[in-house]
Design a protein around this ligand. Structure first.
Ligand code: V47
Length: 406
């Protein structure tokens, strides 16, 4: 008899982790009950976590397949508390998406346009600097710049954006350009990604955002983003950045055509690179927004899937200091709940993020700092303002017991 047929089946079916899909079918449940393997796959994982033992791919799959969301969440919460404490980080930042003209036209992306197509836009260097200037005046300590892969844009303009912001603000953290944009600049200039990274670092770049990772598996990339750099290239560019002393983030775009096994493989490949370099600062799961994309027929992840994905990431990525919940793609209420499922960072004040907006996410584009602090305090934990390099700028302790104040 094959134990845990439920797990095996997940490796070939596209993932839909609503309660209905997360619960084994009645037939599978019968098989499950009659198997001689442990009737409680989570117990062995809990014991491993208790012993500080690293989880395997099979453990990751079992966690995703478990219908016991609260139990998985409790385990992730316990690990979060041990590793990162109770502080919840946030950053006062501003996203600037300098162009949506992109040669890749990934199927999940509703942001990209062809040159000249209605809705296509490209900001000038001056416009980018003006937006950065506004953000700095409003107290932003991190500027997050990403855009489409537009080979017609001169690389010199990309460098000028970074150098210009650095001139305006010697201390602001500049997090810019996904690995796939770096590859595009390198191709255009006829140099290596390493040469581009060195040059941008010299201009003032501090870190790379985690975008463009999608799902690292080539099967998924061939289906949803065939023109984009491979998973191996994405990892190699981050490895090079780490070697040059640039910190980076990692994302995973989930809830489209990937399987559980492909999510787990993605997480373990990130963990393996982090073992070698220690250069990742944060992992950010990105909930797929089907809205206006070419994959709009897909339903997108459920809230259960959002929370479970975050929790499994916390459990598998045992060498990542920060697991970030990105409210722009899940809504602030679910992001707040995510703080009980392994997250210790809530991004951010954001201000203007066009990628999710054009995808149909309607959770808002800006969050006042006071509101972020209120939402974090409501979970009973300190809100800690950090900069882009996770240096603590200011702590906001939660107000005392409200009843006691009355
Ligand atoms: O690279 C595109 C993804 C990314 C959709 O590093 C979509 O701190 C959901 O990477 N539904 C951009 N996601 C956002 C990103 C990010 C966000 C916040 C913080 C950080 C960080 C990075 O958004 C893209 C792509 O992977 N994306 N389309 C969509 N329809």
């Amino acid at each position: 008899m094959i134990p845990l047929a439920v797990v095996a089946s997940s490796q070939v079916c596209p993932l839909r982790l609503g309660w209905a899909a997360a619960l084994p079918s009645p037939r599978a449940r019968l098989r499950f009950m009659s198997t001689e393997a442990s009737p409680d796959p989570l117990a062995a994982i809990e014991a491993k976590v208790e012993r500080g033992e690293r989880l395997t791919a099979a453990d990751g799959i079992a966690l995703f397949e478990s219908p016991q969301l609260l139990r998985v969440g409790r385990l992730a919460d316990q690990v979060r508390r041990g590793k990162a404490g109770d502080d919840v980080y946030f950053v006062v930042n501003r996203h600037i998406n300098y162009t949506n003209v992109c040669r890749n036209r990934c199927r999940f992306c509703a942001f990209s346009r062809d040159e000249g197509e209605p809705g296509a836009y490209t900001l000038t260097v001056e416009e980018v600097l003006a937006k950065a200037g506004e953000a700095l005046a409003e107290g932003a300590t991190e500027i997050h710049i990403v855009g489409g892969e537009n080979p017609r844009l001169p690389y010199a303009d990309m460098r000028a954006m970074v150098a210009g912001i650095r001139r305006m603000a010697p201390d602001v953290h500049i997090k810019a350009f996904t690995a796939s944009e770096i590859a595009c600049f390198a191709e255009k200039e006829g140099v290596t990604p390493e040469a581009i990274l060195r040059d941008l670092k010299e201009a003032g770049l501090d870190s790379l955002p985690g975008g463009g990772a999608e799902i690292l598996s080539q099967r998924v990339r061939a289906a949803v983003c065939p023109a984009k750099i491979s998973g191996e290239e994405w990892l190699a560019i981050h490895e090079t950045a780490h070697r040059l002393g640039l910190r980076t983030n990692a994302t995973m775009l989930y809830g489209h055509v990937e399987t559980v096994a492909e999510r787990v493989d993605h997480l373990l490949r990130l963990r393996e690179l982090q073992d070698r370099t220690g250069g990742f600062q944060a992992f950010i799961p990105l909930a797929f927004q089907p809205g206006r994309s070419a994959l709009s027929h897909l339903p997108g992840p459920t809230g259960v899937d959002d929370l479970k994905t975050l929790a499994v990431a916390r459990l598998l990525l045992d060498n990542f200091p920060a697991i970030k919940t990105y409210w722009v793609m899940t809504g602030i209420k679910l992001a707040q709940t995510a703080l009980f499922f392994g997250a210790n960072d809530m991004d951010g004040t954001v201000v203007e993020e066009v990628i999710s907006l054009l995808s149909g996410a309607d959770y808002g584009q800006a969050m006042p700092k006071a509101e972020l602090i209120r939402v974090i305090h409501d979970v009973g934990r300190p809100a800690v303002e950090r900069d882009g390099a996770y240096r603590v700028l200011r702590r906001y302790e939660p107000p005392g017991d409200k009843e006691a104040e009355v």
